[in-house]
Design a protein around this ligand. Structure first.
Ligand SMILES: [Zn+2]
Length: 419
């Protein structure tokens, strides 16, 4: 076995100069990374090649690591090969694909899509929908590891992940059909990436590929809560008046879409896949949500029901979607429509005051009138804590109720004491 330093261009090592140093492995007085080359012979006489980085710059540590590596072989134990980054990612994604519930509930399938699936033997929609959030973070991780010569999963340190995290970018900015840059990644986005990275490494620890999760030591990312700014009456009337001029051909459909958004507090994705059968004869929407799979029930005003019947639906099955292709694509299209409308109506406040703000606006009014419980049910939050965090401040009226109740309670207490 040979221990040597793998000289690194990034450290501008002098031993990379082959003319001056024809035998680079003899160069030891630099701080390039330690590597090994050779083979070990087991007691049965089997030669096992051992090659690669030892993950340290210290000669002494390298000797220790090497002897730790050699001993099991010399003792004749069978040694489990360490998993590579690529294999670990592949295994993880395969597990996730199999364990996530199939989403067969939305989307009729066109003939061409069905033919494609038959040909390729897989379902591109499902795959994409279910593992996208993991590939978004694991593909850059693989690329990062390749660039830095990190082959084995166990070579990845918390420091490596910190560097990786500093490269995360936000949405692409486009100009003339070309990506010209990226927005900075939001805190929320970084938090989700870090969570998914942690899930991946937890899986690796569970499988005993590695001993410790390098992502668990990363600094916690805190997200400052954005303040909800409901749409004002003036803004709403601006938005409403711009529908027809902005969408002369499909203004009736857009109007119905906006009305449902405003009056149902549903997320955009749930409105896009709204079906006539989701509306009860009594004019109530009853669905399970796309994002959280929660049951939602909401009553619609007459005006919205009329609007929903006032245009040619996109397809037989859905009001606002052809039902072909991916729901994600349809969501993007509607999101772009809404952006056009908000720009036309000159709504200020950036990304936090777009389609999603209809949901928040209604929830604020409901919280003001009916308290947090009512807002929680409307929003289909799983926990009251989520509702509380954002909407508690809009329940000033409830304080009066508590005040009144306490007054009565204390008056009664006084009476009891006197008796
Ligand atoms: Zn060197």
């Amino acid at each position: 076995m040979t221990l040597f330093r793998r000289h690194e261009a990034s450290r501008k090592c002098k031993y990379l100069n082959r003319k001056k140093y024809p035998e680079p492995r003899k160069g030891k007085d630099c701080s390039c990374v330690m590597a090994m080359d050779g083979f070990v012979t087991t007691p049965d006489g089997i030669k096992i090649p051992m090659r690669g980085s030892l993950g340290t710059r210290s000669w002494k540590d390298a000797e220790t690591i090497l002897s730790a590596k050699l001993h099991p072989y010399l003792r004749g134990e069978t040694v489990q090969a360490d998993i590579t980054v690529d294999a670990a990612v592949q295994n993880f994604l395969r597990t996730k694909k199999n364990s996530l519930p199939a989403r067969a509930d939305f989307g009729g399938v066109s003939e061409s899509v069905r033919a494609f699936r038959d040909r390729t033997g897989r379902n591109p929609d499902d795959e994409q929908e279910q593992v996208r959030k993991y590939t978004d973070v694991l593909t850059p991780l693989k690329k990062f590891c390749h660039e830095r010569g990190l082959i084995l999963l166990k070579q990845i340190s918390t420091e490596d992940l910190e560097v990786l995290a500093s490269t995360w970018k936000g949405r692409s900015t486009w100009k003339g059909g070309v990506i010209v840059g990226h927005e900075p990644k939001t805190q929320g986005g970084k938090q989700r990436y870090q969570q998914n990275l942690t899930i991946f490494f937890n899986h690796a620890v569970d499988r005993e590929w590695i001993v410790k999760n390098p992502a668990s030591k990363l600094d916690k990312i805190t997200v400052t809560d954005s303040v909800i700014e409901p749409f004002t009456v003036k803004e709403w009337s601006n938005i409403f008046s711009k529908i027809e001029p902005t969408f002369p051909k499909i203004h009736k459909m857009v109007r119905a879409f906006v009305l449902v958004l405003r009056e149902s507090a549903l997320r955009l994705g749930d409105v896009v896949k709204l079906r006539p059968q989701d509306i009860t004869p009594a004019g109530e929407i009853e669905i399970t949500t796309e994002k959280t799979d929660e049951y939602v029930w909401v009553t619609l005003p007459e005006e919205v029901l009329v609007a929903l019947n006032g245009f040619e639906p996109k397809s037989q099955k859905y009001f606002f979607w052809t039902g072909n292709g991916q729901l994600e694509t349809a969501k993007k299209d509607w999101s772009e429509n809404m952006l056009r409308l908000f720009r036309a109506a000159n709504v200020q406040g950036g990304i936090s005051r777009r389609s999603h703000n209809f949901r928040k606006t209604l929830a604020v009014s409901v919280a003001e009138e009916g308290g947090l419980d009512a807002a929680m049910i409307l929003l289909a939050h799983k926990s009251i804590k989520t509702t509380q965090k954002h909407y508690a401040k809009f329940t000033a009226g409830r304080k009066d109720k508590v005040r009144e109740a306490l007054k009565t309670v204390r008056a009664k207490e006084k009476l009891n004491k006197l008796e």
